[in-house]
Design a protein around this ligand. Structure first.
Ligand SMILES: [Zn+2]
Length: 247
């Protein structure tokens, strides 16, 4: 069976995770068994994300590290333009942050509380960028355009290659946009490119991956943005427009 390529990870510093997810099919059984319910691609994407979170286990919300994550998150949310309230979901496991499919939550591991403040803020601000720029909705829309109905090999196999290529391109664009959004926000708090350099090289220089551009290109964008923001005096609204690539 061909495998439908799903891009589900929107995290900043964690290693690129691209999941090959087997397309679900009706379970084998006696001829009299009830057919498995139809599954849409949106449900597959949501389930994939929920499974990733479930594997991480729970965080201790009262730990000092969790409290630091919450404080940084609240600090950033207070700086955002008015909009849908963002919600923090603390999880266990190693360094991890991921915008959630509901379009308003960010799952963050307790371990992020052990990062230096600037790197923690940048990691969270990047994810808030994914939320505010509605990246999950765009990715979901792309998948649904290719697979509008039930997820079955007959509906996914013919489109897998074209969908994979477009999801790859869209994910890279989203990462650049979230980087710019997050960097612009955190720069206002006095954290510059060197802060981004430390965070993005924590796991070494990464090459271009399925979902994330390589470290070199991400840093190049931030250096260019830093130069733009460092020149003309711009309003906060204009800053965000720069981050979102709308000017
Ligand atoms: Zn991201």
């Amino acid at each position: 069976m061909r495998r439908l390529f799903l891009v589900g990870c929107l995290c900043l510093a964690a290693a690129v995770r691209a999941e090959g997810l087997a397309v679900p099919t009706a379970a084998p059984g006696p001829a009299t068994s009830t057919a498995a319910p139809a599954v849409t691609i949106t449900e597959v994407l949501q389930r994939s994300q929920q499974q990733r979170l479930a594997q991480r286990g729970a965080a201790d919300p009262l730990s000092a590290a969790s409290q630091r994550v919450q404080a940084s998150f609240d600090r950033l949310v207070a700086m955002l333009p008015p909009g849908e309230p963002a919600r923090l979901v603390l999880v266990g496991g190693d360094l991890f942050a991921e915008a959630q499919f509901d379009g308003r939550s960010v799952a963050v591991s307790e371990a992020v509380g052990d990062l230096p403040e600037g790197e923690r803020l940048l990691m969270l601000a990047h994810e808030l960028g994914h939320v505010r720029l509605e990246h999950w909705a765009a990715l979901d829309g792309l998948y649904r355009r290719f697979i509008p109905g039930e997820v079955r090999p007959e509906t996914t196999d013919p489109v897998a290659a074209a969908l994979g290529a477009q999801a790859h391109a869209l994910s890279h664009r989203h990462e650049f946009e979230a980087d710019a959004f997050g960097f612009t926000l955190v720069r206002k708090l006095g954290f510059g490119v060197e802060n981004a350099l430390r965070l993005l090289t924590r796991q070494g220089q990464q090459p271009d991956g399925a979902t994330h551009p390589g470290t070199r290109r991400r840093l190049a964008q931030l250096r260019s943005l830093d130069a733009q923001l460092g020149h003309a005096l711009v309003s906060p609204a204009a800053d965000i427009a720069v981050a979102a690539g709308t000017r």
